[in-house]
Design a protein around this ligand. Structure first.
Ligand code: GLN
Length: 472
C-alpha cells in the first residue's frame, strides 16, 4: 500500500486496513529487491525500522496518535542516527557509527516516522548528480540511464520509486529542490535557521538546511512543521514560534507571484521548459492572480558567489576529518603529518578535494579581500535585492532547473558545467529564504519538469499553501 498523503495513510491505519508494521515490511521488501538497479540506498535499517513500527502501532493502540505516525522514510547519508552508520557517501567516514541522533532525525522519530534506511548522496553533499558518491551513482527510477539529481539523489529516488512515502535531504545550493524536480516529486528547503543542523554533517554551515521530500505539498508541510523549531544544540536555529504549516487546498486568491525575465532569457533554459513555465504564468493570471515580471541584475554572479563562499566554509568544516578522530585512517604512515596527508588524500574523492583546495585558496591572506570578502558583500547585495522583490510579491517563481534530468556521465568531466546546474536554485540559500520544487508536468522527452517557489523568510505557511494550490 502506498500513499501520497499522510491523511490517507492515517485513515488506513485508523480503519485497520494496514499497520505500521506492515508498511515497514513492505518498504523494506521493495527497497531490498529494487535497490540493486537504482542504488538509492547505502543501507537498510531493518531491525530498527521494525522495532519503531511495532512501537508506533502499540502507542496508537493506547490512543496516542502523532503527526507522522507510520510515515516510511529514508534519511540522507549525511545526517546521523544513533547506533547507525553514517558516511556522507565518503570513504573517509568508513566504519563510522554515530553515538547520537541529529535533532531532525530524532524529531521525525518522535513524531512516529519509520526510518527504513540511509540514502545515497554526493560525497559530503557536493554535487548535482549523485555521481561523486563512494557507493557509485544513484539512478533515476524514471530512466535508469539518467541522474536522479543531487546531492540528495538517493532520497529523491527512493520516494519517486515508491519504496517510502517521504525522505529527509539537505539543501545547500539546491540539493533537495533539483532532485525533486528531476524525479517528479516535491522537495522543500526551509528558511535558514528554521530547522536545527545538529547532527547534519556540515558542508557549508551558513547555507545548509535539512528538509523533506514527499509526494504532496501537504506532506512537505507536515514534515517541515515537525522538523522546525529552536534547538539548544544549534545556536543558528531560530527560536521563533513555529506556525501551523498545514495546507487547506483552498484557492489562495490573494497571492501574487514575481518571475525574473533574466531567468527566462537565460540561454541555458530549455525552450520547452520555458514554454511550460510561461503557460503556467498565463493560467495563474487567468485565475485572477497577480503575476509580475521583475528584473534581477545578479543572475550571472549567483553561482560564483555560491561556490566561493561554500568552498571556503567547506574547507574549514572538513578540516576535522584528519584520519584520527573518525573513520578512515591511512596505513603504514610514519609521521603525524603523513597520517593527515595520506588519510585525507586517500579518504576524500576528487570533487571534495577540489573544493577544499578552492576554499583554502579563497581564504588565503592576500586573496581574502579579493574573493571571500567580495563574495560576502555580493551575498548581502543579493539578499537585499531578493528581499526587496519579496516586498512587492508574495512569492518568486521560476523553473527549478534549466533542463530535465541529464544522462549519467554527461557532465561529470567538467566541474564548471556541473556548477551551472545550480543557477536557479542558489538564490534562495544565498538569501537564506525558504523555497521548494513541485512537479510542473512532463517534457516531451517524458521526464518531469519542476516549478520553483521562494517565499519570505519564515513564511513557510505561504510557501506550502501556494504549492498545494499549484499542484491541485
Ligand atoms: N550542487 C550544489 C553543490 O554542488 C548544491 C549541493 C547541495 O545543495 N548540497 O554544491
Amino acid at each position: 500500500m502506498t500513499f501520497d498523503r499522510i491523511e490517507d495513510l492515517h485513515r488506513a491505519l485508523d480503519s485497520g486496513q494496514t499497520t505500521c508494521a506492515a508498511l515497514a515490511e513492505e518498504a523494506l521488501r521493495r527497497a531490498e529487491s529494487e535497490n540493486p538497479g537504482i542504488n538509492a540506498l547505502a543501507e537498510l535499517f531493518g531491525s530498527s525500522a521494525r522495532a519503531q513500527a511495532a512501537a508506533v502501532d502499540a502507542r496508537r493502540a493506547q490512543g496516542d496518535r502523532r503527526a507522522l505516525d507510520g510515515l516510511t522514510m529514508v534519511i540522507k547519508d549525511n545526517m546521523v542516527y544513533q547506533g547507525h552508520a553514517a558516511g556522507a557517501s565518503s570513504k573517509i567516514l568508513t566504519g563510522f557509527v554515530s553515538p547520537y541522533s541529529a535533532t531532525a532525525v530524532q524529531r521525525v522519530l518522535d513524531a512516529g516516522a519509520i526510518i527504513v534506511g540511509r540514502a545515497n548522496c554526493d560525497e559530503f553533499a557536493m554535487g548535482s548528480s549523485n555521481e561523486t558518491s563512494v557507493y557509485g551513482p544513484a539512478r533515476n527510477p524514471l530512466d535508469r540511464n539518467r541522474t536522479p539529481g543531487g546531492s540528495s539523489g538517493g532520497s529523491a529516488a527512493a520516494v519517486a520509486a515508491g519504496w517510502v512515502q517521504a525522505a529527509l535531504g539537505s539543501d545547500t545550493g539546491g540539493s533537495i529542490r533539483q532532485p525533486a524536480a528531476f524525479c517528479g516529486i516535491f522537495g522543500a528547503k526551509p528558511t535558514y535557521g528554521r530547522v536545527s543542523r545538529y547532527g547534519l554533517i556540515a558542508y557549508a554551515s551558513s547555507f545548509d538546511q535539512i528538509g523533506p521530500f514527499a509526494r504532496s505539498a501537504g506532506d512537505l508541510a507536515a514534515i517541515t512543521e515537525v522538523l522546525s523549531g529552536s534547538d539548544a544544540f544549534d545556536s543558528t536555529c531560530s527560536d521563533r514560534p513555529v506556525p501551523s504549516m498545514a495546507t487547506d487546498g483552498r484557492d489562495p486568491r490573494s497571492l501574487s507571484f514575481g518571475y525574473y525575465q533574466e531567468v527566462l532569457d537565460n540561454p541555458a533554459l530549455d525552450p520547452e521548459l520555458r514554454a511550460a513555465f510561461m503557460a503556467r504564468m498565463e493560467s495563474l493570471r487567468a485565475a485572477g492572480h497577480r503575476v509580475e515580471a521583475l528584473r534581477f541584475d545578479y543572475l550571472d554572479v549567483l553561482v560564483p558567489i555560491y561556490y566561493i563562499l561554500t568552498t571556503a566554509e567547506a574547507s574549514a568544516n572538513l578540516a576535522r576529518f584528519d584520519g584520527v578522530r573518525y573513520g578512515y585512517r591511512a596505513e603504514g604512515v610514519k609521521t603525524l603529518d603523513e597520517l593527515y596527508k595520506r588519510s585525507r588524500s586517500e579518504g576524500f574523492g576528487t570533487e571534495v578535494q577540489r573544493r577544499i583546495l578552492l576554499g583554502t585558496f579563497v581564504l588565503r591572506s592576500g586573496y581574502f579581500d579579493a574573493y571571500y570578502g567580495k563574495a560576502q558583500k555580493a551575498r548581502r547585495a543579493v539578499q537585499d535585492a531578493t528581499n526587496a522583490d519579496l516586498a512587492k510579491v508574495d512569492l518568486l517563481i521560476s523553473p527549478t532547473t534549466p533542463h530535465t534530468a541529464f544522462e549519467l556521465g554527461r557532465e561529470a568531466s567538467d566541474p564548471t558545467v556541473m556548477y551551472l546546474e545550480d543557477i536557479f536554485t542558489v538564490q534562495a540559500p544565498i538569501a537564506g529564504l525558504p523555497a521548494l520544487s513541485l512537479p510542473m508536468g512532463l517534457h516531451s522527452n517524458g521526464l518531469p519538469m519542476g516549478l520553483h517557489l521562494t517565499a519570505k523568510a519564515f513564511d513557510e505557511p505561504t510557501l506550502f499553501r501556494a504549492a498545494e494550490y499549484l499542484s491541485s
